[in-house]
Ligand binder design. Structure first.
Ligand SMILES: N[C@@H](Cc1c[nH]c[nH+]1)C(=O)O
Length: 365
């Protein structure tokens, strides 16, 4: 009643879990040589809606400023960081960040992310570091049950070239591919039966990484596609060498963020199916600043990770003090560092404590 739809107070354990997820993320990022960055929550809409980025205007939380310019709450870290780094022109290439993003297209409006961006990092080094980071971090938060999914913008884009679609037509087709709607894809591609068949095949190309070999056969005459499939196979192999067998592929995956241009990856929690990270290569985003800066990154969904982690319960001790034993109680508390210690002035009536130390009459004559 007192909060707009989608805004939420954060309380107790669920808040603590989010803070833990952020804390461990910072530790891992610093340990792997990343530098911290934070951009403001309020930015110009144009930063996100210009054609190089292409985030739909309707998705933004926006208002007019005094000059009549449209301002927004940050909908995407990657774009904001590109804007910031373009001006800084830093020597460091590895950056990490954490905080909220705001979009109107999903429940909740505000969601929390922790992510990394790497600039000037070539294929396949950037892909490998992104995935290794994800594995390292998920292990640090004690999550072992997950799947890594690989995709690539280039497969779909290469196949549809002969269609010579307008931007609007292509957007419709991309959405239909994203939704895996065979009927719509079929209807939109009647003009070219070869492309139609390839796209319908591609929608099915989802699952075990052994599909890569199968599709290399199907697309054997398309050298660009075979090269992409080889690259994805290299990533699968590298992950295998690190002991990660749970890699799947979605060859029909299309970019859900307009700036992707290359490998895309996602992580899913096996138990719930929730997406816990998402990212990819975006080598063209910096072209809006007339810079040629290859870049790649990924963001973890802090809300999803927080609901999947457990925080160990600490023993709870109550020290009961009186007006004569305030100081004594505080001194006692200082000797107990690994437990939760409450100082109370009346005896607890519930079972909230594992142990009770009664200091009411201690040292009192
Ligand atoms: N910004 C992307 C994740 C990402 C980071 N870097 C590249 N992609 C997202 O919100 O899904």
């Amino acid at each position: 009643m007192f909060l707009p739809d989608g805004s939420q107070d954060q309380i107790g354990d669920s808040l603590l879990k989010k803070q833990r997820v952020y804390q461990i993320f910072t530790d891992v990022a610093i340990r792997r040589g990343y530098k911290a960055i934070e951009t403001p929550v309020i930015e110009y809409a144009e930063t996100f809606t210009n054609p190089h980025v292409g985030i739909p205007f309707q998705q933004l939380l926006k208002w007019f400023d005094r000059e009549g310019d449209i301002e927004v709450l940050r909908p995407d870290w990657t774009t904001a960081i590109a804007r910031a780094l373009m001006k800084l022109n830093p020597k460091e290439s590895k950056w990490f960040y954490q905080g909220s993003v705001f979009t109107q297209d999903k429940d909740g409006v505000e969601s929390r992310q922790a992510g990394i961006e790497m600039i000037r990092t070539k294929p396949i080094e950037g892909e490998i570091e992104s995935l290794f980071f994800a594995i390292d971090y998920l292990s640090a938060v004690n999550i072992d049950d997950y799947l890594i999914e690989l995709g690539h913008t280039g497969i779909y884009e290469k196949i549809i070239e002969p269609l010579m679609f307008t931007t609007t037509e292509e957007k419709k087709l991309r959405q239909a591919m994203h939704d895996k709607r065979q009927d719509v894809v079929k209807a939109l591609t009647e003009r070219n039966q070869t492309v139609q068949k390839q796209l319908l095949d591609l929608i099915q190309a989802y699952g075990e990484s052994s599909l890569l070999d199968e599709y290399k056969q199907i697309f054997k005459d398309e050298t660009d596609i075979v090269a992409i499939l080889d690259e994805l196979q290299d990533l699968v192999n590298v992950l295998k060498q690190l002991g990660i067998d749970q890699t799947i592929v979605d060859l029909g995956r299309v970019k859900q963020l307009p700036y992707y241009s290359g490998t895309m990856f996602r992580g899913y929690l096996t138990q719930t199916g929730d997406e816990c990270f998402s990212g990819g290569r975006y080598d063209k985003l910096y072209q809006q600043f007339n810079q040629s800066t290859p870049a790649i990154g990924l963001a973890f969904d802090v809300d999803v990770l927080a609901s999947a982690i457990t925080i160990e319960k600490k023993e709870k001790i109550a020290i009961i003090a009186s007006s004569e034993t305030y100081v004594l109680a505080e001194l006692k508390r200082r000797t107990i560092s690994d437990k939760i210690v409450d100082v109370l002035y009346t005896f607890p009536t519930d079972n909230a404590y594992d142990d009770i130390i009664d200091l009411r009459n201690e040292g009192v004559e």
